[in-house]
Write a protein that binds this ligand. Structure first.
Ligand code: GAR
Length: 208
């Protein structure tokens, strides 16, 4: 009797390919990390889609970056909300309306509350421009320079209530050069951020 090779039906084969994870990106600034994530997706390095970009600052350059990649944007101006919790609830509603299930803070300069963190357990990520737990909070690059550290870097971590705490997923180290200014050091840190954020999202998704 000859061997018979039976292929699984197309639908069964497709079901073995993991579905792309659906991201909502929160950004307040120029959006270079958004662009890095979108470009990793376009290259096929990250199996994800960016369903929506939420921004809080009407002037944020991230809007142009999102438009370049054809990603919808939603402005949630924090000044129009009575409390952090009310802003977080609007974020949750928007993330759900756009059918995303991961919240990716990419230069989101607002503190978040338990309202957001509890809505997406283990699915809220942040990037910070230092080697946490060193230099949490604002002006991390300036803090590292002022402290005279010779090495700094960037960190991707799960978000917990305490600002810039939470389990670390990935870090990259960046040497501090003798003539560094905040701008030159930040530029080199951002090169590393753009490498590790897409990779860290993939690791988080693979281990969720
Ligand atoms: C990034 O360098 C990120 O690490 C920092 O904001 C920048 C946003 O840049 N985030 C924080 O400082 C959060 N504490 P981008 O708008 O070009 O992505």
């Amino acid at each position: 009797m000859s061997d018979v090779l039976i292929s699984p039906p197309i639908s069964a084969r497709q079901s073995q390919v993991p579905a792309p994870i659906r991201l909502a990106v929160l950004a307040s600034g120029k959006g270079s990390n958004l662009a890095a994530i979108a470009s990793a997706i376009a290259r096929g390095d990250l199996n994800a889609t960016i369903q929506v970009v939420i921004y809080n600052n009407p002037e944020a350059g991230v809007v142009q970056k999102a438009a370049h990649y054809g990603i919808p944007t939603v402005l949630l101006n924090h000044r129009t909300f009575d409390s952090r919790e009310a802003l977080d609830q609007a974020i949750i509603d928007t993330v759900k309306a756009y059918q995303a299930d991961w919240v990716i803070m990419a230069g989101w300069m607002r503190r978040v509350t338990d309202v957001l963190i509890n809505a997406f357990p283990q699915r809220v990520l942040n990037i910070h421009p230092s080697l946490l737990p060193s230099f949490p909070g604002v002006r991390a690059v300036e803090q590292a320079l002022a402290a005279g550290t010779k090495i700094t870097g960037c960190t991707v971590h799960y978000v917990e209530l305490v600002v810039d705490s939470g389990p670390i997923i990935m870090q990259a180290a960046v040497p501090v050069l003798p003539d560094d200014t905040p701008a030159t050091l930040q530029a080199r840190i951002q090169v590393q951020e753009h490498q590790i954020y897409p990779a860290a999202i993939a690791i988080a998704a693979a281990t969720s």
